[in-house]
Design a protein around this ligand. Sequence first.
Ligand code: UT7
Length: 335
Amino acid sequence: MYKSRIAGVGHYVPDNVVTNQDLEKLMDTSNEWIIERTGIEERRFVKPGSDDTPSTMGTKAARVAMERAGVTPDEIDFIVFATLSPDYYFPGPGVLVQEQLGIKEIGALDVRNQCSGFIYALSVADQFIKTGMYKNILVIGSELHSGGLDMTTRGRNVSVIFGDGAGAVVLQATENENSGILSTHLHSEGKHAEELALIGPNTGKWVPEIIEANDAEDISYYPYMNGNFVFKHAVTRFQEVIHEALQTNNKAATDIKLLVPHQANLRISQYIQKKMALSNDQVYNNIMRYGNTTAASIPIAMSEAWEEGKIKEGDLICLAAFGSGFTWASALLYW
Ligand code: UT7
């Protein structure tokens, strides 16, 4: 039976840095408020008119991951792409990556699990590798939030948080017992679906209806978040799902070399760190520089941690995420 290991990780973020001071010019907010409540100092926004899209950013991150894994695009057997901000309503970006990489007609799957999307995608890819069906799978998380945010004071509790970017890994079959994914854990609680959501346009309210209504007060096509409610659930579910991963594998929090949490809010990461008695060296945060990049945040963080030498072969790595759905997930793996 094969296991799957992360053979290479990469990321791509747009050049355009948007600081909290830049946002102060657009809405009633302040650098102090954003840093105190979220830890975010700046984020990247794709410049209007740029060639960057969720799929092209994903492809750029994937090329870095493939180079680091030492595999060529032709060796990739399957693509799993996680995003909440696809290039098109349909088809999903997975097929666009297949085209952009110029590879043979392999399968491409799109995952719609928002902040947990990357771990869900990793888990799907892990199953294909464990069964022996595929050897090398590209798992990509990419988001282009900036164009769809309400950049007025009305949307400030959401808009100051999110940023654009992409991360990717090559998940590869291995027969090495001491390497690779030990387990993944996936959860959902749909009764809270509307607490963090972008509701429209949808099948109950198609675009022609929205155009006809011409209602400037209709904010259903902007993301909505019940911030306090989401925060409270996040701190609980993050801990639960990390403990689940540790217990499943008879590990303790002290065994974790690095926890790479979804970068939702620095206060959430710090709360989990404190509750689990983890040291500063055991938790990776880069939300200060990129904001919350949803499905891209974990692979971007893993890629930076790897570049900084904080992830090395044989290290026990824990990934965990919580977000819209609600969905939450974790993965425990040896690098
Ligand atoms: O990644 C997916 C999962 N997402 C999360 O886990 C995010 C979870 N939630 C959060 O991170 C936090 O709830 C937020 C950062 C969104 C908000 O922080 P908070 O400490 O929960 O603030 P709040 O929503 O309770 O708002 C406090 C005050 C309000 O004013 P009043 O009613 O006290 O006068 C808001 O109107 O802050 C105001 N406010 C702002 N002020 C300046 C909200 N957004 C802003 C802003 N700038 N951007």
